[in-house]
Write a protein that binds this ligand. Structure first.
Ligand SMILES: [Mg+2]
Length: 246
């Protein structure tokens, strides 16, 4: 079921309210938490780049599939690569082969550089930082294989990173399910200060956040999410990006 996004003026008001709450007051620092994939960053260009590389590898081996992979754009991608390729009528064997190739490259440092920020994401994150908040990037990417690429990508796109008050928090091991990681590590963000807002593109994570940080603004970024996700708690705000009026 499609989600009902806030109207632009309501989105603008919500983001301004969060900027206001991000200002230090009282004794504790304020913390704004952002997921990365599907929240601050569109990772579909990463998948397209990987599929283009596979297209070159398959040029003489599987020319028909190679030609299709060369043309695939972000808007044709389903959440699961296997669904995207099945839609293009790849055989189950080709789908399995392509998914293995994709998996080996997607969850690794090198291709993270293809990710693109959502509209307004860099500007809003910087504004939160400039308001005095601590920024926590809280991502299901894993520390062993994805931390360096994530750090470089945040730096190169202009997000606050490598400065006092910006933290990159990653999953300790690839095998750990993202939802378990967020449930277990979410409460640890409180050691940074008072969490005033959390942004995530997974309904399940948003629901958990409400339980953990009842007074925080919880914002669901409506991009792509895991198929079969639970219903979103009605208290969660829904936005499509981070655009704000002047
Ligand atoms: Mg995400």
């Amino acid at each position: 079921m499609p989600y009902t996004r806030l109207a632009f003026d309501q989105q603008n008001a919500l983001l301004r309210r969060i900027l206001d709450r991000a200002r230090p007051s009282g004794s504790s620092a304020k913390v704004v938490v952002f997921d990365l994939d599907g929240t601050l960053l569109d990772n579909r260009p990463r998948t397209c780049a990987i599929l283009r590389e596979l297209s070159r590898e398959w040029a003489s081996l599987h020319p028909a599939e190679s030609a299709l992979l060369a043309k695939i754009g972000p808007e044709q991608l389903e959440y699961l690569v296997s669904d995207s390729l099945t839609k293009l009528e790849f055989s189950p064997a080709r789908v399995a082969e392509a998914c293995a190739y994709w998996k080996a490259h997607f969850f690794a440092d090198d291709h993270i550089r293809f990710d693109q920020p959502l509209p307004g994401a860099v500007e809003f994150t910087r504004a939160c930082y400039e308001s005095g908040a601590i920024i926590a990037y809280f991502t299901g990417r894993d520390l062993p294989q994805m931390s360096v690429g994530s750090w470089k990508s945040l730096r190169d796109l202009g997000f606050p990173i490598g400065v006092p008050g910006a933290e990159l928090v990653l999953k300790p091991a690839f095998e750990m399910p993202d939802a378990d990681f967020k449930r277990e590590y979410g409460p640890r963000l409180a050691r940074l200060g008072e969490v005033v807002a959390v942004f995530d593109n997974e309904p399940g994570n948003c629901n958990v956040i409400l339980d953990q940080f009842g007074s925080a603004e919880c914002v669901f970024v409506d991009t792509q999410h895991f198929p079969g996700a639970p219903a979103l708690d009605p208290r969660v705000h829904v936005v499509g990006d981070f655009a704000m009026g002047g």
